[in-house]
Design a protein around this ligand. Sequence first.
Ligand SMILES: [Zn+2]
Length: 163
Amino acid sequence: MTSEEIKAEYSMRDILIKCGLSQPNRKGFISCPFHKEKTASMKIYEKDYNCFGCGANGDIFTFIQQFYGIPFREAFLMLGGTYEHEKAKDRFAIYHAKKAQEMRKKQEEKDRMKRKLNNDLIDIYRDWIAKSDPLSQTWCDCYNALQIELYHHEILNEKRTGS
Ligand SMILES: [Zn+2]
């Protein structure tokens, strides 16, 4: 949220609740948390406050800043504020994820091609084994090559189910 959005979102009454303070009396006053007093002299408006005792005044941000003794940035973040450069970091994460997905798709495509080639070779070798005389040179070569491809086949498909 931007500071304008935060201001639109929270009233001074919401801020009092967040700070653990009691709500304004019927006249709209609270005991000022910024100076010692017996009678409530801090007027609470919708989005602002003003103490007639010590002069403390401001908006929802300065109230939190004064109450906790913190800089604006902290009060802003406490109320759900976000900074532009932090959004930029988020954009980075988005593009980083996109890039990773692209790389994964490319790798998957590569693996798919490998599996296809592997399946084709297995078919070809089986075909040659069936067509050639058992234990002939061609048969032996194809048989050995087939064992290698079957081994590759196992690895390629293990990787697939594993991922
Ligand atoms: Zn005061």
